[in-house]
Design a protein around this ligand. Structure first.
Ligand code: PEP
Ligand code: MG
Length: 311
């Protein structure tokens, strides 16, 4: 005789739990902003600029050549604005462009991209931005316009930073673009072992926050290509070496009043959430579909910590 399969249902309150650790959401395409805001997230922990640019189907240089600098800047302003509106006054952390050359190459105008043996170890993120300040200036001008329009919930985040020197150079370019680093909230991603080991200097250089990009931090710490199926079983975001780096960064940042956050995929994993809350991370940013589960995992972990402390 057949029995009906029992569907497992995890009891979960429909109400957003109150937590000391903020839970934010990652937004990769501006079109998802409304759905992301509906999760009740405390803000956007990562808004990637890539999609705004890759969806133009032209490299920035090609787009500018055909449409002019102002049109390019306006594309960025509109893309960010849609998300900043949806979340206002909740903060939206916007990451400056971080597309590797092999992704740019697929676009019209991509033939001009440099050929690289290892694009993931090459010309991307803040390295490219610092090397091409005249191009980077357009992104910074988009931020300046947004601030002028009153979007004080927009924050700037720099990808693939290695050390304080990168931060000082980025800060200089912000000032040159008419953005006062002391009046705005800005910070860096922790994606390389070098950045994790340099966070004290980065704090002294003035960052307001450090955000763990565990997709890259895992790739670079373990020397495991995040897109290589042959070593996929070695891609372990919870590897003790990664947790040691993360724990040390959180401690250093706390001493310097710098916020910490995670915006890599691992932020959606319960074990990582428990570890981070235990270490005292300021916020966790998860994918839209994972936000509610992370909110509850954070709540459970905070309650356990509280009970442990009074027992
Ligand atoms: C990361 O590296 O964890 C990250 C969030 O950035 P991306 O996945 O865009 O490289
Ligand atoms: Mg990354």
């Amino acid at each position: 005789e057949e029995t009906e399969p029992v569907e497992e249902v995890r009891p979960q309150s429909p109400v957003k739990p109150m937590t000391a650790t903020e839970v934010k959401v990652n937004v990769s395409i501006p079109e998802a902003a409304e759905r992301a805001a509906a999760t009740g997230a405390d803000g956007v922990g990562l808004l990637r600029m890539e999609h705004m640019i890759l969806s133009l189907n032209q490299t920035p240089a090609k787009f500018i050549q055909e449409n002019g600098e102002d049109a390019y800047i306006q594309e960025l302003v509109q893309g960010i604005r849609g998300v900043a509106d949806e979340f206002y006054p909740r903060p939206v952390r916007v990451r400056t462009l971080d597309a590797p050359t092999d992704e740019f190459r697929q676009l019209e105008g991509g033939d001009d991209e440099p050929t690289e043996h290892n694009p993931m170890l090459g010309y991307r993120g803040i390295r490219r931005s610092l090397d091409r300040p005249e191009v980077f200036a357009h992104e910074l001008e988009a931020f300046r316009r947004l601030f002028e329009m009153g979007y004080d919930n927009v924050e700037i985040m720099f990808p693939l930073v290695n050390d304080a020197e990168d931060i000082y150079r980025a800060k200089t370019l912000m000032k040159e673009a008419g953005i006062d680093p002391d009046k705005r909230k800005w910070g860096a991603m922790i994606e390389t072992p070098a950045s994790a080991l340099s966070v004290e200097g980065m704090a002294e250089a003035g960052i307001d926050f450090a955000s763990f990009g565990t997709n890259d931090l895992t790739q670079y710490t373990l020397a495991v290509d995040r897109n290589n199926e042959h070593v996929a079983d070695r891609f372990d975001e919870l590897h003790p070496s990664i947790l040691t780096l993360i724990g040390n960064v959180i401690e250093t940042c706390r001493e310097h009043d710098v916020e910490t956050s995670i915006c890599g995929q691992a932020g959606s994993k319960p074990e990582m959430v428990q570890f981070l809350v235990d270490e005292g991370v300021s916020s966790i940013s998860a994918n839209i579909d994972a936000v509610r589960d992370v909110q509850h995992e954070v709540k459970r972990t905070e309650q356990k910590l509280l009970l442990d402390s009074v027992r």
